[in-house]
Design a protein around this ligand. Structure first.
Ligand SMILES: NC(=O)c1ccc[n+]([C@@H]2O[C@H](COP(=O)([O-])OP(=O)(O)OC[C@H]3O[C@@H](n4cnc5c(N)ncnc54)[C@H](O)[C@@H]3O)[C@@H](O)[C@H]2O)c1
Length: 285
């Protein structure tokens, strides 16, 4: 079944990816790993990349254990030549691509805007934004040649739609760029039935957040983050799979150019608003 909606089952089969070849970047990380496993269970064949070969191999073993075909390439998404190498390996392994999940992202440093180091800015933008474009271009050229459409899912962030503060300048700007790039590419490639969408996760528990949660000194930061999430918890990595699978599959065959918050209500909450009923007795807005 294609991911463009040309076959139209009405039931949950519409969420399946049988016969599709999916490339997932950052596949060794929290989101990449569960997405790869989820896609394998949905019937996809996987081409997985990461800059870290050990983490990549761990994910590949988990995907292979699901019985899915899985090939890998070590790739630095910030380096165009490295991305070309990964796509050459994809061509040799599968000779096609139906789904791209642009997921590899970094946030190596927080810093005051007036002092933010240019080399960190450049590295964040190269990985989180230009790297997504390099993958989207190479995927789209192949999808156009195949003539069957395709689906691109860009992992953005709430940080691209509102300001996290705390020195996340480069990260926030990179994710805002991803959201606009999603709309630009969606409009341009709609003629080829290539859908381009984004998700905007709030804080999900990855290695970095696990360390913060376990550190009593960083409890105020964790509490502050939770105060912005009406569901009053961070996400668990597996909760990213459904939204990505939805956008990747033909269940979303008429959805393109959107940014889907996966944020426990974070972007719905006014920054001065309250959840859990705080302030209700005062009869004020
Ligand atoms: N976890 C969260 O709270 C959260 C929230 C919003 C958005 N996101 C976004 O989700 C995506 C995945 O995040 P995660 O939580 O899984 O992070 P993670 O750190 O667990 O995984 C990121 C993976 O990307 C890889 N990577 C880093 N730089 C790379 C490069 N240049 N080339 C190739 N691979 C590279 C890492 O080796 C790692 O395996 C990122 O784009 C991130 O910005 C995460």
């Amino acid at each position: 079944m294609g991911v463009s909606g040309r076959d139209r089952p009405l039931g949950p089969e519409r969420f399946r990816l049988d016969g599709a070849v999916a490339l997932v970047t950052g596949a060794g990380g929290a989101f990449g790993r569960v997405t790869a496993i989820g896609f394998a269970r949905a019937g996809a064949s996987l081409f997985l990349t990461d800059i870290d070969p050990a983490r990549l191999a761990e994910t590949a073993a988990l995907v292979a254990a699901e019985g899915a075909r899985c090939e890998t390439a070590t790739c630095d998404t910030a380096d165009a030549a490295s991305v070309d190498g990964a796509f050459a390996a994809l061509d040799r392994a599968f000779g096609r691509i139906d789904v791209l999940v642009n997921n590899a992202g970094i946030n190596p440093m927080q810093g005051r805007p007036e002092e933010f180091p240019t080399e960190i800015w450049d590295r964040v933008l190269a990985t989180n934004l230009t790297g997504y474009l390099h993958h989207a271009q190479r995927a789209a050229r192949r999808m156009i040649a195949q003539g069957e459409g395709g689906s691109i899912v860009n992992v953005a962030s709430i940080a691209g739609a509102s300001v996290l503060g705390r020195g996340n300048l480069a990260y926030g700007v990179s994710k805002a760029g991803v959201l606009q790039m999603t709309r630009e590419l969606a409009v341009d490639w709609a003629q080829h039935a290539i859908r381009v969408n984004a998700i905007l996760p709030c804080q999900f528990i990855n290695d970095g957040w696990r360390r913060a949660i376990d550190d009593p000194e960083r409890r105020p930061l964790v509490e502050r983050v939770l105060s912005g999430i009406p569901m009053n918890r961070m996400g668990e990595a597996d909760e990213i799979v459904g939204p990505i699978l939805f956008l990747a599959s033909s269940a979303a065959s008429m959805v393109t150019g959107v940014g889907l918050p996966v944020d426990g209500g974070n972007l719905a909450l006014n920054p001065g608003g309250s959840h859990a009923g705080l302030g209700m007795k005062e009869m004020i807005l």
